[in-house]
Design a protein around this ligand. Structure first.
Ligand SMILES: *[C@@H]1O[C@H](CO)[C@@H](O)[C@H](O)[C@H]1NC(C)=O
Ligand SMILES: *[C@@H]1O[C@H](CO)[C@@H](O)[C@H](O)[C@H]1NC(C)=O
Ligand SMILES: *[C@@H]1O[C@H](CO)[C@@H](O)[C@H](O)[C@H]1NC(C)=O
Ligand SMILES: *[C@@H]1O[C@H](CO)[C@@H](O)[C@H](O)[C@H]1NC(C)=O
Ligand SMILES: *[C@@H]1O[C@H](CO)[C@@H](O)[C@H](O)[C@H]1NC(C)=O
Ligand SMILES: *[C@@H]1O[C@H](CO)[C@@H](O)[C@H](O)[C@H]1NC(C)=O
Ligand SMILES: [Zn+2]
Length: 934
């Protein structure tokens, strides 16, 4: 049983004071955390726990500075001249290269005879046998370079000098170098595409987090901000782009900025543009064909709107004179917020009104809103080191909903955060191997550790926790906190601490937020309507798992309780202590504005279920999703019986809304994963069919026999659920419909307008699943010919839906051949094969056999790499599979797991929990479903 906080009065009074410190919490968190961190450091047991779960080659202090991953603080750069010349044609040996020159001016803050600057995989021209020339800016006497060398492990160019540099003096380091314009999607790399049968090469870049050092020698840490004067050399018929406005090929000096936000592109792209009222130039760039076809129009339409929204939201003008949005055929992440030159996957920027689905369109709006949010938060205000990444990404992941909502107010997009972030991250954060949002600075050192924190916790929990704060304070107050200047609020902050009355109530926002950011996990709040007692406890999906990461707060939280009683909102409290008994239902966490789960006494659960069945409209839409999602999770944690969770789904035969359906299908999917290979499968299919049938009929009617498109975007989404699930449970009406659509398309490949883009994901997958090699080969051909990336992506996923093993194995082999499957898509293709029950063992064999190669290609940098392990192992629920996983870990100790190290630990923990869960629940699930599906 957890701890109970009592409060003496409503916190409404304290709200104003709390609100004033909002910005301090957000912007000054890094500062505050330094204090917390130093506290942590003095607790050896905590350090030990942390080190044991992140096996870490962090050098100890006695090592030489060039063996440490962090730069010494003696030298600080102020400005660079960088000239880069990418060759878009291979040299005589078939290699693509770039060459470059760099002059970096840095100031000596502490006398030293060692210059360390990041450089990775660059070949240097030597001057008198050394990798660089050093001169000084003021004419003072200069020490000479005695020795220079490259350090591969820590990625440095090191220069040892004959004497000390002088404190306060600035120096210039000149280098000339050559690098490979490789296809690794990191640093300065190349992307290729065909246009009118001609291969075109784009030179482009991805610097975040640690790849700027692959493009030119630089002090490659986020706090080492500088001004960059960039020159790019290119053929006359190409266009060069960088962060600043171009002056032919020479760019204006950038704003003072971090290296990870730099970008350089040389391409044959064209663009469309508009100019904002405040003079900011907005351009959208893509392949010529895509621009001609109007695929950039939607992005251009909304970029300006979103930019203006953020200018109001942050109360600060957009800090640069221009913003370019560029769609790249090959791109590792979804998009990258390079300052003034944002890069995207084509699927995240391009839109075709005839071929893109509603989901594709929403993705474009959300991704643009996410990246533009970073222009202020992240780029203008930057975290000091990567351990605070969550602030950057969590914030952007939250406000992207606000930005997209402003561009498309009729979509009601803000509620979807509950499905797409909150409920997603709940499942990860309920593991004992989770980690706090805020990491200690010394926990994050190597490039692999840095890549590893670009994870769901940083993005989605960050977003969920900031949303909770904002919901509690009120959106307006929260935003206001952001717009007031930093110093002013620092003053308010200390005042707030003095003014707020105590008594177990959190004194400041900072107190509250520490509980959510410095300890991992989240609470389940239990409301006992009989005794009136409200308690909290750390929610663990496996109640027997051992939490060996200590928390200074003993895993208790300040929980904002918003709740309602028989449909009537009650006042919000910090973990209330109040009598909540009664004969009517009580529901807490209204609209899921808090980051926690809720459990009740059985009588109240029964009352809630009755309320759903009698008239589900009395309960807000988001909470209908919450009741289902919480109940299923509590089941997994053994806090309620498994049949209770299923009972919360019975009312779905009357539900037509997207959000509850999505939550339910997500949870039922877990039962499919666990039982698809067992005798539970039949009754589970029968039960699901009973629930989904009325929804299928509802949409058949609404769309006049599938000839029109529902008006509301959420209805469009739910229509996809209806089709996808009805066919998956084998409903003949659904399967016949799809087969007829697909056959028509195969007969007339030039015309598939009959299959609405919204439904294509489902239709393609079902058609491939029900078909054979002919259907597969047809979809493969359409995939290779697709001119719109989102269409290509649907076809690519559908190819993983076949149940024919040799087709699946051949498809897996294609992922190692970049001419068949682009490298950016290789990992997600393997994962999609693993989602298929027939493909799962094939994908697992494939990954084990190819681990070394996959690791070398993706293990250090790719953000998608951890997802490969978690994707393949989602179904694992037998002892044998656990042993295989352990053996995989042992067998590959030498190769390593890179950014997937933690994902592997989580996979083992999840598998153990699932083994236990299946053993304990299978019979009861089978009994209940057999009774219900009669
Ligand atoms: C880059 O340009 C700015 C503005 O012209 C100048 O102040 C700075 O010194 C230049 N940087 C270098 C390395 O010369
Ligand atoms: C940087 O480039 C500018 C303009 O080309 C030049 O005036 C300046 O001297 C260069 N700075 C250094 C440190 O070489
Ligand atoms: C760098 O040098 C190595 C060793 O000489 C060579 O194999 C490699 O091709 C060079 N890379 C570039 C981009 O010049
Ligand atoms: C862009 O906006 C214009 C004017 O509001 C509108 O006519 C056009 O349909 C929009 N284009 C897209 C692709 O949304
Ligand atoms: C955590 O528990 C310890 C030991 O029971 C207690 O001394 C400490 O005050 C608790 N800390 C918090 C924040 O509740
Ligand atoms: C839909 O199809 C059914 C059966 O084919 C038919 O009875 C019904 O009239 C059709 N409804 C509409 C609106 O076309
Ligand atoms: Zn981001």
């Amino acid at each position: 049983m957890g701890k109970v906080y009592y409060i003496s009065k409503n916190v409404g009074l304290g709200l104003l004071v709390l609100a004033l410190s909002a910005l301090v919490t957000i912007v000054a968190l890094s500062i505050a955390y330094d204090k917390e961190r130093s506290k942590n450091r003095s607790r050896p047991e905590e350090q030990a726990a942390v080190n044991s779960d992140t096996p870490d080659p962090t050098p100890v202090a006695s090592k030489d500075p060039w063996d440490q991953y962090r730069l010494p603080s003696a030298l600080v750069p102020t400005t660079y001249n960088v000239t880069l010349w990418p060759r878009l044609k291979p040299d005589a040996n078939g290699h693509y290269i770039f060459s470059g020159l760099s002059d970096v001016v840095f100031t000596c803050h502490q006398a030293t005879d060692l210059v360390l600057i990041h450089a990775n995989k660059l070949n240097f021209t030597t001057f008198n046998g050394h990798h660089a020339l050093l001169s000084d800016l003021s004419g003072a006497r200069m020490p000479t370079i005695r020795k220079s060398w490259l350090v591969t492990e820590t990625e440095y160019l090191a220069l040892e000098l004959s004497g000390s540099l002088t404190e306060g003096v600035s120096y210039i380091l000149h280098t000339e170098f050559q690098g490979e314009l490789s296809d690794t999607l990191e640093g300065f790399y190349r992307s290729e595409y065909l246009e009118d049968g001609v291969k075109k090469v784009v030179a482009t870049s991805q610097m975040q987090p640690t790849f700027a050092r692959k493009a030119f020698p630089c002090f490659d840490e986020p706090a080492m901000k500088a001004v960059f004067n960039v020159t790019v050399i290119h053929d006359r018929d190409k266009v060069a782009l960088s962060n600043a406005r171009e002056l032919v090929t020479k760019f204006e000096p950038t704003a003072k900025m971090s290296t990870y936000l730099l970008a350089f592109i040389v391409s044959d792209f064209s663009y469309i543009e508009s100019t904002q009222q405040n003079g900011v130039q907005v351009r959208v760039w893509a392949r010529r064909k895509a621009i001609e076809a109007g695929h950039g129009d939607y992005a251009l339409n909304i970029t300006g709107k979103i930019l203006q929204f953020y200018e109001r939201y942050y109360d600060t003008p957009y800090p640069l004179p221009k913003t370019d949005q560029v769609a790249l055929p090959d791109f590792q992440a979804g998009a990258m917020e390079n300052w003034g030159l944002v890069t995207y996957r084509e699927t995240a920027l391009l839109h075709d009104p005839n071929k893109s689905s509603a989901g594709n369109k929403q993705r474009v709006a959300s991704v643009i809103a996410h990246e533009l949010a970073h222009m202020w938060f992240g780029n203008l205000v930057t975290m000091r080191w990567w351990n605070d990444l969550w602030l950057n990404e969590g914030f952007a992941s939250y406000v992207e909903y606000l930005g997209a909502d402003c561009a498309e107010p009729q979509w009601n997009i803000k509620d979807q955060i509950v499905l797409d972030d909150v409920q997603q991250v709940f499942s990860l954060d309920a593991l004992a191997s989770s980690h706090p949002l805020s990491r200690r600075e010394d926990e994050v050192n190597t490039p692999a550790q840095i890549s590893g924190i670009f994870n769901t916790i940083s993005y989605s929990k960050g977003a969920a926790v900031l949303r909770m704060l904002s919901k509690f304070l009120g959106e307006r107050v929260f935003a206001k906190g952001l717009s007031v200047t930093f110093i002013l609020l620092l003053l308010c902050f200390s005042q707030a601490a003095e003014d707020t009355p105590g008594l177990g109530i959190p004194r400041t926002i900072h107190d509250i937020m520490n509980r959510w950011t410095l300890q991992m996990g989240f609470p389940v709040v239990t409301i006992n309507t009989k005794t009136g007692l409200v308690t909290q406890q750390h929610f663990l999906v496996d109640p027997e798992s051992v939490v060996d990461r200590p928390s200074q707060f003993n895993y208790t939280w300040f929980v904002p309780i918003k709740w309602m009683k028989t449909g009537v909102e009650q006042r919000q409290y910090w973990l209330l202590h109040k009598t909540v008994s009664g004969v009517n239902w009580v529901l807490a966490n209204t609209n899921v504005s808090g980051y926690y789960r809720v459990n009740y006494d059985m009588d109240n659960w029964n009352r809630l279920i009755s309320a759903l069945e009698a008239n589900h409209l009395t309960i807000p839409i988001i909470n209908r999703a919450q009741i289902i999602d919480d109940a299923f999770s509590l089941t997994r944690a053994k806090m309620v019986d498994v049949t209770l969770a299923f009972r919360t789904t019975k009312y779905l035969s009357k539900e037509t809304q997207y959000i509850p359906w999505k939550a339910a299908l997500g949870n039922l999917y877990f039962y499919y994963l666990m039982f698809e290979r067992t005798e539970v499968y039949g009754p589970l299919q029968a039960y699901t069919r009973k629930l989904i049938q009325p929804l299928f009929e509802y949409f058949t009617k609404m769309t006049h026999n599938w000839t029109t498109v529902p008006e509301a975007i959420t209805d469009q989404y739910n229509q996809m659920n209806a089709i996808g699930m009805s066919c998956a449970v084998g409903m003949p009406a659904c399967r016949d419909l799809i087969k007829s659509w697909f056959k028509r398309w195969m007969d007339h490949p030039e015309d598939n307008l009959r299959i609405h883009p919204n439904l294509r994901n489902a239709v393609y997958c079902i058609a491939v699943e029900l078909g054979g090699a002919d259907e597969w080969d047809f979809v493969w051909r359409m995939f290779k010919n697709a001119t719109l990336a989102s269409e290509a992506s649907r076809l690519r996923s559908a190819l993983a839906c076949t149940k024919v093993p040799w087709l699946l194995n051949r498809y897996l082999d294609y992922t190692l051949d970049p001419t068949k499957i682009r490298k950016q898509d290789a990992l997600s293709t393997i994962t999609s094969v693993a989602h298929n029950v027939v493909g799962m063992p094939l994908a697992w064999n494939f990954v084990r056999a190819q681990w070394k190669q996959l690791y070398q290609e993706y293990g250090k940098g790719s953000f998608a790499f951890p997802g490969l392990i978690s994707g393949i192992t989602t179904r694992f629920s037998t002892e044998f599979e656990l042993q295989e996983l352990q053996r995989f870990k042992e067998d590959n100790q030498e190769v390593g797991f890179g950014s997937a190290t933690q994902a592997l630990e989580q996979a083992m923990e999840r598998t153990s929990a699932q083994i236990k869960w299946v053993t304990e629940n299978k019979d009861r699930v089978l009994d209940w479903l057999s009774g219900e599906s009669l």
